[in-house]
Design a binder for this molecule. Structure first.
Ligand SMILES: [Zn+2]
Ligand SMILES: [Zn+2]
Length: 268
């Protein structure tokens, strides 16, 4: 009996070792790693970044829209989502403008002028100042609370049933004649930063001061943005969020785009 016991123990050890390596086998092959590669490129909504904001995809009238910046909420206010206003309005065909000293974002939607400022003051729509949360200016992007679109587009804002996205539902149609940057002017102090004027005086386009250029509203002229990607650890299976600095896809890192009013000619 004394001789048999160690052999039995050794056998048990062998069997359990074999079982272990069999279990471990499916996790380690290199082809598994390759097939996971595409999923790291696309963010799977919703996810929480390192600063605690939960990010969501954006749906307008039932369809997901592709934006450089997504929507987010804060943990202590899970119902109050913030939306990137420039990209949401662009989906409706309305371009925005940085005016004054390149500190304020402004545009018109069906005759109503909307303004938000980098110093986090209130959001102004026409003659009304929206009470409640201030706009947020993060990483060169303006975000406004969801109810801004309730006022601006008579929209219903909500979350998708699975809470992977935020929604904007509206029947408002945009009147192009009374929407966009036409008629809005940039301050004289802000013009030099846009480049040499092509036209001056009465001939110059008001929006760009005759420069033909505008500050990129997607990155506020910073030329870049932070992109979040979700990565799965191949060993633990744990999902982590990685943030990387990427060149702005709209202005290709230059921080300047063609003036939306004059199309780059600089002429009024
Ligand atoms: Zn840009
Ligand atoms: Zn112009």
């Amino acid at each position: 009996m004394r001789k048999i016991l160690p052999i039995i123990l050794l056998l048990i050890l062998c069997i359990s070792l074999c079982a272990c390596s069999n279990n471990a086998a499916p996790i380690t092959p290199p082809e598994g790693e390759e097939s996971e590669e595409p999923s790291t490129q696309e963010a799977i909504y919703s996810f929480t970044d390192e600063e605690g904001r939960t990010h969501y995809a954006i749906y307008v009238n039932g369809e997901q829209i592709q934006t450089e910046h997504d929507a987010y909420t804060y943990p202590d206010e899970p119902k109050g989502a913030y939306y990137p206003i420039v990209e949401v309005l662009e989906h409706f065909g309305v371009k925005c403008l940085f005016d004054e000293h390149l500190e304020a974002l402004t545009t018109r939607v069906n005759g109503q002028i909307i303004t938000c400022k980098t110093d986090s003051s209130d959001i102004v729509i026409g003659k009304h100042t929206l009470g409640g949360a201030s706009p947020e200016y993060i990483d060169g992007c303006f975000y406004v609370p969801s109810y801004t679109f309730m006022h601006l587009l008579d929209a219903v804002v909500d979350f998708t049933p699975d809470r992977s996205g935020v929604t904007i539902t509206t029947e408002t149609t945009i009147d192009t004649a009374s929407s966009g940057t036409k008629g809005l002017s940039i301050s004289a102090a802000a013009v030099p930063s846009l480049g040499k004027p092509l036209y001056s005086g009465a001939q110059a386009c008001l929006t760009c001061g005759g420069s033909g250029a505008a500050l990129c509203t997607s990155c506020s002229g910073t030329g870049g943005s932070t992109q979040y990607t979700q990565k799965q650890d191949p060993l633990t299976g744990q999902m982590t969020i990685q943030s990387t600095r990427v060149s702005c896809s709209r202005c290709h890192g230059s921080g300047r785009v063609v003036c939306p009013t004059c199309g780059g000619t600089g002429k009024r």
